[in-house]
Design a protein around this ligand. Sequence first.
Ligand SMILES: NC(=O)c1ccc[n+]([C@@H]2O[C@H](COP(=O)([O-])OP(=O)(O)OC[C@H]3O[C@@H](n4cnc5c(N)ncnc54)[C@H](O)[C@@H]3O)[C@@H](O)[C@H]2O)c1
Length: 257
Amino acid sequence: MKMDFSGQVAVVTGAGSGIGLAVSLLLGELGAKVLAVDKTGDMAEAAVERLRAAGCVAQAAAADVRHAHEVQAYVAQAVKAWGRIDVFMNNAGWQGLVASLVDYPDDAFDQVLAVNVRGVFLGLKHVLPVMMAQGKGAVVNTASLAAHIGTRQLAPYTASKHAVLGLTKSAALEVARKGVRVNAVCPGSVDTPMIRAIEEGQAGADAQALREQRMAIVPNGRYATAQEVAQLMVYLVSDWSSHITGEGVQINGGLYS
Ligand SMILES: NC(=O)c1ccc[n+]([C@@H]2O[C@H](COP(=O)([O-])OP(=O)(O)OC[C@H]3O[C@@H](n4cnc5c(N)ncnc54)[C@H](O)[C@@H]3O)[C@@H](O)[C@H]2O)c1
């Protein structure tokens, strides 16, 4: 069986950067039409420019995943443009403020959960009916290694990623008999702008030293690339993983094995 997404429609949130951009490009190169969603029109358009330059079919959608009407609008845009949604990468996320739990402002906690939990929930709520009506579809929610373990100075982010796993498992059970699968990926540190922001938040001027320490504790000695995470995500929405649903699959170079 060849990995081929020709004729399929993929929606990717957080498509403007890091893992979302890598998975958009990979899906596009494998033949999918891609709706690149990001919180600003500029970010979504930049992704579409990269996709079109690579010969892919793509459209941009500006949507803040925290807001139901904006989520409904990107779902409607994909269906209007191409008639269906086969693949959904529910990927947009935000690390939030880096601070100890006792110092964490209440509203900053709410903001992290709004993007990472409400955004993922709303995406599932509005994409799954389209997939169930088709009798076919596959979703990957981007969780994190922080869905499995605690993280210092990132308690709201960690709580939000545990919640993404709960949404993944519950949604998977609800749609399993409708031809739809829902999984999550749980990456350790990935070399994207987000991990740089976390390192700077935790270590300031010593961010590079922290980065080296972090890499040293990974058994294979490095962070993941966005491309490596994208490859796992694409596997999880392909027919090669047709009996896998409700899982949170780790990709972390052997950390905590
Ligand atoms: N980088 C890592 O080490 C790492 C590890 C585990 C999980 N993750 C997860 O991977 C996903 C992608 O992160 P990344 O590393 O590519 O980071 P990134 O910062 O490069 O990309 C995140 C993207 O999400 C978008 N986004 C943020 N808030 C949004 C909102 N409210 N509405 C719409 N879009 C929004 C951003 O604009 C950006 O394009 C996130 O869910 C993140 O939590 C990252």
